[in-house]
Write a protein that binds this ligand. Structure first.
Ligand code: M6R
Length: 615
């Protein structure tokens, strides 16, 4: 959580930092701040609220001069969101200025020691402790800033991506990383620092992604020096050429990133399987999988670890893998798995799913599984992300940047990858017939078209949203492959509209949730063609008898549920196994429209951040 951005070079830093903060705001938006340095005076401005509030404060409070600058957009951990707790933070002498994404877990002990030695703290943050620790080391050891950072970071426990500069060194920024992401953009005689590459993509395609426990000393007009934090040894820089372009990180005419990302699904699902799925030839090619195929085919079981929406994609995978590949699957919340002392053996394959590739709990679950000898496979969207590097092998979803905090296209592209893996394994193991295999390949190839058809119902879904926008509770029900879709639909609604919503397997309703049903209660039921269709129809009857309001997701041409439901949202016919890829579309749109009608901040819902890099 939190976004950091920095610049050192020959341009004015202000517009680069400010635009960068706007692009990183999805990472946290409790407060924002900026420090600009022109070689004489450090201009500091910080404020509770969003980056636009910071922009307004800058106009009133500081001059925008300086060829060196750092900025921060905060998701509060230590200390409430207010002006004082906002970053950047000064050291006591006023010489050092820092921004930080992460948590210093032993900050309280360090703070106590520093207070005993006369340091004064203005904020409640762990970051102000860190900058003063660095200052203390620098003075005590009489070393340069880079060395002081290295020594100080060896004393802290926690996670960080930091950028820090010294008033006495206007040509230098020091950055360091452990657990939180940090990219360095390399231009001609200029350098950019950011939590991801979006703040500098229009200036350079060349970037270095720092590894954990690495720091970099960045000097204007000179090369970057990368060192290991542990022992100060030099690391050879690895410069990557980025594929990202500006268009991908802009709204492209849509009112919100979330809407853009929902409507991108036909094309990004295609991007996910492009070159990997050759439907006519009956071929699935997944480089990362082929090299380790025996790990999967010989596995005793597959354990899927993930959080939030990615966990829901994992639940869909449980159905597909067990159904087709006949491999037992367990789906675990990464946050529980990591602390549960789980039984893992070398015969287990662990699949970690993460859009951002930075989720702290998922990363910790991966480390644990690796320690216990399991083979770990990653499914990530963000290329070069920490999780993609921490796993033994993996597949990228190629969904392009997902900026809306509510995950949409990540879900459908993750399921697309998982479907390809399951089909490939099933074919190799001989647990699926050739005809079924070929049918599913062809049907998967039709999914982008079917998702596009589902999106055409947007207007009708908007009308349904208008009817239910003032409801205070929603139930979402689904069975089999569509049970995880019900969970995902409920999550989408609650996170962006703040309406309480619960997802349940439809048959579980009568074990408790049915007590909630009255004439005020909207119940979204996924009732598409499937093996459970009749059973879901019975569940709908049960709701009807209790006067609940039924909004049903049905297959085009359905007549039975249409008669019973108050409202229907149609999706094209697909095999049940692939149906989550289309049934999730109307639920995404329903949440979007309800949130919009309630005047919520759709892309940046309260209290949330896109990448949850703290546990
Ligand atoms: O980046 P990840 O896929 O690891 O993120 C996991 C969750 O934090 C994420 O899916 C979250 O639940 C979304 N806000 C849901 O829309």
């Amino acid at each position: 959580m939190c976004g950091i951005v920095g610049y050192i070079g020959n341009r004015d830093a202000y517009p680069i930092i400010m635009n960068g903060l706007k692009r990183l705001e999805y990472r946290g938006y409790d407060s924002a701040g900026i420090a600009l340095y022109d070689g004489e005076t450090i201009q500091l401005c910080k404020t509770k609220g969003k980056v636009v509030d910071l922009e307004a404060s800058v106009e009133k409070e500081i001059s925008k001069t300086g060829k060196l600058g750092i900025g921060h957009t905060r998701w509060a951990t230590h200390g409430i969101p207010n002006d004082i707790n906002s970053h950047p933070h000064f050291s006591n002498s006023g010489d050092l200025v820092i921004i930080h994404n992460g948590i210093i877990e032993n900050y309280a002990t360090i703070k106590k020691e520093l207070i005993n030695r006369g340091y004064i703290f203005n904020s409640d943050t762990d970051t102000e402790v860190l900058v003063n620790l660095i200052e203390d080391v620098k003075k005590k050891e009489n070393v340069k800033l880079g060395k002081a950072v290295q020594i100080a970071l060896n004393q802290v426990v926690g996670a960080y991506a930091i950028a820090i500069f010294d008033k006495k060194k206007p040509d230098e920024i020091i950055v360091a990383k452990l657990g939180s992401p940090l990219a360095i953009g390399i231009g001609d005689d200029e350098f950019f620092v950011a939590s991801d590459a979006s703040p500098f993509i229009e200036f350079t395609n060349n970037a270095i992604y720092l590894e954990d426990e690495e720091m970099a000393i960045i000097r204007k007009d000179r090369d970057i020096e990368i060192r290991k934090i542990k022992d100060d040894s030099i690391v050879a820089p690895y410069v990557q050429e980025l594929q990202l372009n500006l268009e991908q990180i802009e709204k492209g005419g849509y009112d919100h990133f979330m809407l853009k990302e929902i409507f991108e699904q036909p094309s990004v699902i295609k991007d996910t399987y492009r070159g990997r799925l050759l439907a006519d030839k009956g071929i699935i090619k997944l480089g990362g999988l082929e090299d380790y195929i025996e790990k999967f085919t010989n596995a005793d079981r597959i354990i899927i670890v993930a959080c939030g929406t990615s966990w829901h994609a994992g639940l869909v995978a449980e159905y597909i893998f067990e159904d087709w590949a006949r491999i037992p699957v367990e789906v675990e919340y990464a946050s529980e798995f990591r602390y549960r002392n789980p039984v893992i053996t070398e015969k287990d394959v662990v699949i970690a799913i993460s859009q951002s590739g930075e989720t702290a709990d998922t990363l910790a679950a991966i480390k644990l599984a690796k320690e216990k000898g399991a083979f770990v496979y990653g499914i990530c969207n963000v290329v070069g992300s920490t999780i993609s590097r921490a796993t033994h092998s993996g597949t990228y979803t190629h969904a392009g940047p997902e900026i809306g905090v509510a995950s949409t296209k990540a879900f459908t592209t993750q399921i697309t990858v998982l479907t390809m893996i399951a089909l490939k394994l099933a074919r190799i193991k001989g647990t699926i017939s050739q005809s079924d295999y070929m049918l599913h390949l062809r049907e998967l190839d039709l999914i982008p078209e079917n998702v596009a058809k589902a999106l055409k119902k947007n207007k009708e879904i908007e009308e349904i949203a208008a009817v239910f926008k003032d409801a205070t509770n929603f139930l979402y029900l689904g069975r089999g492959y569509n049970f995880p879709v019900a969970l995902e639909g409920a999550l989408k609604l609650k996170e962006i509209s703040y309406i309480h919503a619960e997802g349940y397997p439809a048959a579980e309703m009568k074990h408790g949730p049915i007590a909630l049903i009255d004439e005020q209660m909207p119940i979204v039921v996924i009732a598409v063609n499937s093996n459970h269709y009749e059973k879901v129809v019975s569940n709908i009857q049960e709701i009807k008898s209790r006067k609940g309001k039924i909004i049903a997701v049905v297959t085009e041409g359905d007549t039975v549920v249409r008669e019973m439901a108050d409202y229907i949202m149609e999706v094209p016919n697909t095999p049940e196994t692939l149906s989550p890829l289309v049934t999730t579309i109307p639920l995404q749109l329903l949440s979007y429209h309800i949130a919009l009608m309630l005047d919520r901040n759709v892309d940046q819902p309260r209290n949330l951040a896109k990448a949850v890099t703290v546990e």
